[in-house]
Design a protein around this ligand. Sequence first.
Ligand SMILES: *Cc1c(COP(=O)(O)O)cnc(C)c1O
Length: 475
Amino acid sequence: MKNADTKFNIEVLKLLPSIDTLLQTPSALAIREESGAKKLTNLARTATDLLRAEVQLDGSDCDRENLLDRAETHLRRAWEYQKSKRIHRLINATGVIIHTNLGRAPLSENTKKTLIDEASGYCNLEYDLGTGKRAKRGLRAENLLAELTGAESALIVNNCAAAAVLVLTALSKGGEAIVSRGELVEIGGDFRVPDVMEQSGADLVEVGTTNRTKLADYENAITENSRLIVKVHPSNYRIIGFTETPEISDLSELARKKNVLLYEDAGSGALIDLSEFGLSDEPLITRSIASGADVVTFSGDKLLGGPQAGLIVGGSEVIEKIRKHPLYRALRASKLIYAALEATLDSFSRENAFKEIPVLRMLSMSEARLRERTETFTKELKNKLGEGSNFDFEIIEGTSVVGGGSAPAVKPKTALLSISKNGWSAAQLEKELRLSNPGVITRILDDRVVIDLRTVSDDDEAYLLEVFTKLHIAV
Ligand SMILES: *Cc1c(COP(=O)(O)O)cnc(C)c1O
């Protein structure tokens, strides 16, 4: 019997379509337009391999025609799968505003427009139209940044981790950098303060304790080899209770007296006061500069709401020293970053940031407004799905998350739309939404899928309605 089966399968294997036959099918010809011939051949090989494996497991009901059909289906699926790996838009319905896995800050409308219309082709990145000569790269973005933070000068690199490595290398390599034990943190994505310090060639001098570090601790640690006092914002981590850490102004006075520099890595950093939204813990860059920090670094795509970038602001002499370091050339940002940053900073300059920058708009959206939006959305959804839909909706109280390693203790109140589908587990519904097109990323709370409209734009809301309608029809 076993022998007969094997023989049968060998006969069936002979019916498998050849790669060449598969390449001539309508599906293959359509895919080829998008994939190119070489990739198509690879996909056809994958599809045929899969089919062969299937047939070896179960060779019943096979003829030449249905095997070719099945090969075409495998081919289409393989292509869809490859396409799904491309960077593509998603709907963030998690309520996590600065979601690192989903690309952190969504860009403002004028930033998107600037990127496409002004920066995607040739542009005046390093060119002065007045003189017709080479000019400094990204000068206007730097000037805007200095203006908005009250610093004398500014410099832009690829991300805040790069900014920290550059500042530490340029200012403390071969010397000592003093840090509080309460600030030797890991920010996430493998950014660990002690490792970064080691990488930059500075000798790390730890002072104080995990929860309390006093001004005298810093003072006692300063030697003739000391170059920097480093203050790191703990970002995603808080020590509460019996704690102490000196003010920037006191550290700055000490630094001046001892002839060392004061560097603050502010992480998220805020360009405008966000204490109204509970973010009083996030360093205000203007305040750090006004309090005497010699150099401050922060991210472009956290609370600033712009592109990924590392922003360095401080005194002109210090910034020029950093700019002249060879590492700067290796970490310099592209024209896309300068253009996006400039457009983002323009919103702050116009004092329109809360209106125009999505991160700030989402952060400042009131619970009442969110409830109103959620009620309207639920009504529209019910209308669209009609009577007899097997979805069940309920609006509940909940909280959003700032994210991006910012303000871990701040939980803005929101209205959540809790969704369930008859006969489905929450995990099943979550997966189905995630795999729909565009993918919708949700949260599971108490065994229910929840949607937080705080992170869903008006445009996304329309998409979201469509996704549910399709899901409703499909299953
Ligand atoms: C987030 C953060 C960084 C890293 O910033 P990236 O822009 O992600 O490189 C560095 N330091 C602090 C304190 C941070 O919060």
